[in-house]
Design a protein around this ligand. Sequence first.
Ligand SMILES: Cc1cc2nc3c(=O)[nH]c(=O)nc-3n(C[C@H](O)[C@H](O)[C@H](O)COP(=O)(O)OP(=O)(O)OC[C@H]3O[C@@H](n4cnc5c(N)ncnc54)[C@H](O)[C@@H]3O)c2cc1C
Length: 474
Amino acid sequence: MSTAIFWFRQDLRLQDNPALYAACHAGHDILPIYILDEENCDWPMGGASKVWLHHSLTHLNQKLGGRLQCFSGDAKAILKTLCNTHDIKHIYWNRCYEPWRIKRDSAIKTLCTEQNIACYSDNASLLWEPWQVSKQDGTAYKVFTPYYKKGCLYAEAPRKPLPAPKHLNLADLSPKNALTIDALSLCPTRSWGEEIITDWKIGEDHAHAKLSDFMDGGLTNYKDGRNFPNKANVSRLSPHLHFGEISPNQAWYAAAQASAPEQDVTCFKSELGWREFSYYLLYHFPELPHKNFQDKFDAFPWHDDQEYLSAWQKGQTGYPIIDAAMRELYQTGYMHNRPRMIVGSFLVKNLLYPWQAGEKWFWDCLFDADLASNSASWQWVAGSGADAAPYFRIFNPITQSEKFDPDGQYIKKYVPELKHVPASLIHKPWDMTISEQRMYNAVIGKDYPAPIIDVKETRERALAAYSSIKQVQD
Ligand SMILES: Cc1cc2nc3c(=O)[nH]c(=O)nc-3n(C[C@H](O)[C@H](O)[C@H](O)COP(=O)(O)OP(=O)(O)OC[C@H]3O[C@@H](n4cnc5c(N)ncnc54)[C@H](O)[C@@H]3O)c2cc1C
């Protein structure tokens, strides 16, 4: 029986893992490996992602009977040494789509060809390959609806999920330079790493349990409920999807078979479609994480020299919905989609910071930090992206808060300073009289910050800044 390396990457699961399935089906003994490759990476993993990865690898390792072999360093050199030392002639992996990974994997494929090693790669993380979908003229879509409706939904249906391989025979090999998961040093020494993880159960089995609970519960009323951060109408599957503990195919077909109303199923699938669109954009426009998709934004007069970034990051802006969301992010490694849009708009429009400042903070704090979705979404919020929200659509944090957190429960969860303030006053606590502030233990400027900026004035300033680039363009 020949041995094949199975290289786990963004597919930390056994079920619906096409390349693993193919390796086992071909009758190989499997050497399962994970490589932390910070040498080729030009976009190093953020702090929260590393914590998640640690726990996800631990779960996977348990499922593999403790036989996952971990390495750290240049993937190409590690694979070469492994193949040479153990006379291995087959490597299997599932594809990744970040530009640095595409570049590195191409170099590994070339090496394998030179060394007479067979390389097999498959798709485990997207419903449609980015190169499969294009406009009639052969160019890439830049607008979501035609991409999704004409490009994706008219194309072949997504692959049906595969079971876990029936026979997973692990090779009896213990490579000399393999490391323990702990030795990858993914968890920070400070307690933050332990605290943010407490709300989560990580790994393939837990991802399935969560999917199944969501299909039986939150999916019904998803279309409307998904806008309310305090409702249980979103799946919170994003980190599990990012690390590949569950596949989009499993989520897609679970929704298709669920007994929820059609409109909710359609809406949930289209959100998976937005994830696809983000990867599609990243594949076709690899500069998306750092460069404005619309060139005219290169001339935008950002004000990134102010002192407000830290107040935004720490949830100390004096706007309760913004502060609740930013604290949710830091305390739980997650932020609901609606507040992501609200805090994003506040940063790039009211505070006039370049979207990259928000992208960077999210990258470090989110468990689901994903190069494609994070950069596409930040460019969407800023108005500089493909099919983006128009720049002049500036979210008002007060009206958003009144509409989507009407009883203030989300705010009270993360901003305990305001826990005694009634719902009618919580969205604009600075409007309380001094006696109300005292009565509710929320004295503005003492117990809770005064607003750092005026949203009306800064809205006007943002629109003026936008006019200046419209003129450049026109
Ligand atoms: C500024 C900003 C930054 C973001 N950064 C990320 C990121 O780094 N990683 C990330 O996965 N998502 C990101 N998103 C998209 C979205 O907010 C999250 O995917 C979603 O909130 C995850 O929660 P959920 O799993 O409960 O979503 P659900 O509503 O349950 O949706 C199911 C799945 O669909 C996908 N999805 C949903 N909405 C979007 C969207 N707008 N764009 C892309 N995929 C989507 C996700 O994979 C999600 O898990 C960002 C959005 C904004 C506005």
